[in-house]
Design a protein around this ligand. Structure first.
Ligand SMILES: Cc1cc2nc3c(=O)[nH]c(=O)nc-3n(C[C@H](O)[C@H](O)[C@H](O)COP(=O)(O)O)c2cc1C
Length: 198
């Protein structure tokens, strides 16, 4: 549970919201290192003229400043979409707490820069192969086996780290029979918090 059910009007609601924000941040930090965490997988949407691009990715790293990172192949549609419009909307869902978290973020691509090289050095060999296919992701093939052709040496030439710089968070939690909803927005000196009508 992220949001406090206690709707006592005398309660210091700013503190309740600040605590909820801290809990969300802690869970995101934990999720990046825990394959079993409900926030380990995130659904990332990016704008595209044909309709939003949408896909699951693995949260690889998160920071106190609410920057989230995932890995991808530089040849994928999402990278093209981010190049065109450097934004993303991210959806997390925690079924146990019936909690939904929607993050709006500025998206930044890291390709063969220091950050990407640091992450590449931590990817183990079998996982590196994912970024080494000779044919680019999305190519139509006659047989699924044709998607696993690799060069002799797999380097970081297709490896890209996407950094999502959180601008706002919308947290919606079902507390039967009502929901609770809060919004957090990045401000110059921290985060602004609001309760929202669910
Ligand atoms: C459980 C799961 C985890 C995935 N993790 C990633 C990931 O971390 N990075 C990634 O690029 N694709 C990942 N994928 C594949 C994407 O969902 C997507 O199909 C692929 O990246 C192509 O996306 P695009 O064409 O929209 O760019 C994952 C798929 C599943 C089912």
């Amino acid at each position: 549970m992220f949001l406090d059910k206690d709707k006592d009007k005398d309660k210091d609601q700013d503190k309740v919201l600040a605590r909820a924000f801290d809990t969300v941040r802690e869970e995101l930090l934990k999720a990046a290192g825990d394959p079993g965490h409900p926030f380990r997988l995130m659904t990332v949407a990016t704008p595209d003229i044909a309709g939003p691009g949408l896909r699951q990715v693995v949260l690889r790293h998160a920071t106190e400043a609410m920057h989230l990172y995932f890995y991808t192949d530089v040849r994928t549609a999402k990278v093209k979409q981010i190049k065109q419009q450097p934004v993303a909307t991210v959806l997390f869902f925690d079924p146990e707490n019936k909690a939904q978290l929607v993050i709006k973020a500025e998206a930044r691509l890291h390709y063969r820069d220091k950050l990407a090289r640091d992450h590449w050095s931590r990817v183990d060999y079998p996982s590196k192969k994912v970024y080494g296919t000779l044919q680019q992701p999305g190519t139509i093939i006659e047989n699924p086996g044709n998607g696993y052709d690799y060069p002799d040496v797999i380097d970081d030439s297709n490896f890209c780290v996407v950094e999502l710089i959180t601008q706002s968070l919308d947290l919606y939690e079902i507390h039967d029979p009502e929901g609770l909803r809060a919004r957090f927005e990045r401000a110059d000196d921290g985060w602004e918090s609001y309760w929202i009508v669910p």
